[in-house]
Design a protein around this ligand. Structure first.
Ligand code: CS2
Ligand code: MG
Length: 405
């Protein structure tokens, strides 16, 4: 059986939100799909793939996944970065999908097989005030989740990351030609957060795994204060307490608190992760297999993290497609050092385009046992959802200065 790539095509579609999908076809007609969605910069990755990568894939052997990865990483000179690594990630996902289909096995079986029966999965609960948040947490528990991320409104702020205003689900990217601008007030947030999480822990009892995302907004000492203030709430993890570029900052946080830390969703290569893992500055690494160079590269990050007892905790928002979720679940099933998979879920129309086989039951997900990634892209259905620009918000402090959204 030959596996020479005869075409590579990029499809941008927008069922409820924008997604970028790579379609790779071999001379035997095997089709592999890869996700290449970078929220707010989708067209940059689409062009990188369409204009610079797809022509180079034609004629290559689809079975040579690692060599193709090395070719696209070392052969570009300008290495790393979110656009480059999402493009490489999409190719990697598509080639693993093809290899699984050629061998009639799900990808996790090609990664060493399952080391667990299911993948602990967390989802998002949100509320503008504490009662509304408690109702949202209860609703997620009733769905069977054993781990829930809680995000609440902050008195005095009209918008807060992670909290939606009545829309069915939280979608941060607003449609339009320019990002919306939000106001952020760290003091108000730090004063309110302990009340929120003590109330949630009081309400749910000791069993439920509680998570929270600070979304890159704190200074090191503010992060240390928040971690300390939330210790009674016994979080499963506190995420993105500080902007991840300055990893040494976490040494100060670690000195002050035992609250477990998770960082890495904006990382895109092992080089971003090396020091933060080797210096034990985090407990969970949040890389998403597509954004961090694909299954092949993320597996290397997880293996490195295993040396330091750091666990995988992959980013799984609604702004990566079901192809990425399935890639993440396949990798998680075969990874010994694993914590929890994020899964926000999708609007109904996403399933019209991405026909997936992963399942959720009693708090755990499983990728299913269809060959490859187990997700098929419906090209006809995709035509009904044309791309329109959408951007993540920007955030300013009350004095008007830019801050981290
Ligand atoms: C968030 C993301 O899910 C998370 O942990 O940090 O939803 C993030 O805000 C979005 O992926 C940005 O597009
Ligand atoms: Mg996050």
């Amino acid at each position: 059986m030959s596996s020479i790539i005869v075409s590579a095509e990029v499809i941008v579609t927008s069922p409820s939100r924008n997604f970028v999908t790579l379609k790779v076809v071999t001379d035997d007609g095997v089709v592999g799909w890869g996700d290449a969605t970078l929220n707010g910069r989708e067209l940059a990755v689409a062009s990188y793939l369409r204009d610079h990568v797809a022509p180079l894939l034609v004629g290559k052997d689809a079975e040579q996944i690692e060599d193709t990865w090395q070719y696209l990483y070392k052969g570009v000179y300008w290495r790393r970065g979110p656009v480059t690594m999402a493009a490489i990630g999409a190719v990697d996902l598509a080639l693993w999908d093809i290899k699984g289909k050629m061998l009639n096995r799900p990808v996790y079986q090609l990664l060493g097989g399952a080391v667990r029966t299911g993948i602990l999965t967390y989802t998002h609960a949100t509320g503008w005030d504490i009662p509304e948040l408690l109702d949202s947490v209860d609703a997620k528990r009733e769905l069977g989740f054993r781990a829930v991320r809680a995000q609440s409104g902050v008195p005095g702020l009209s918008t807060v990351y992670g909290v939606h205003k009545g829309e069915p689900e939280y979608e941060p990217a607003g449609r339009g030609a320019r990002p919306i601008e939000e106001v952020w007030d760290t003091d108000a947030y730090l004063n309110h957060a302990p009340k929120v999480f003590n109330a949630v822990r009081e309400h749910v009892g000791p069993e439920l795994k509680l998570l929270h995302d600070a979304h890159h907004r704190l200074t090191p000492i503010e992060a240390a204060r928040l971690g300390k203030d939330l210790e009674d709430a016994r979080l499963f993890w506190l995420e993105d307490v500080t902007p991840a570029e300055n990893q040494d900052a976490l040494k100060y946080v670690r000195e002050h608190t035992t609250t477990p830390l998770a960082i890495g969703e904006v990382f895109n290569s092992i080089w971003d992760c090396k020091d933060i893992i080797a210096n034990q500055l985090i407990d969970y690494i949040r890389v998403c297999p597509m954004h961090s160079g694909g299954i092949s590269h993320t597996k290397k990050i997880y293996s490195f993290a295993e040396l330091y007892n750091v666990k995988g905790g992959p980013h799984g928002p609604s702004d990566v497609s079901p192809l990425s979720i399935s890639a993440s679940l396949n990798l998680a099933l075969a990874t010994p050092n694993f914590g929890a998979q994020e899964f926000m879920g999708y609007a109904k129309e996403v399933s019209d385009v991405f026909e997936h086989s992963y399942t959720f039951e009693d708090g755990y997900m499983h990728p299913g046992d269809l060959p490859g990634l187990g997700v098929e892209f419906n090209e006809e259905a995709a035509k009904a959802y044309p791309y329109t620009p959408a951007y993540l918000p920007v955030a300013r402090t009350r004095d008007g200065a830019m801050t981290n959204w």
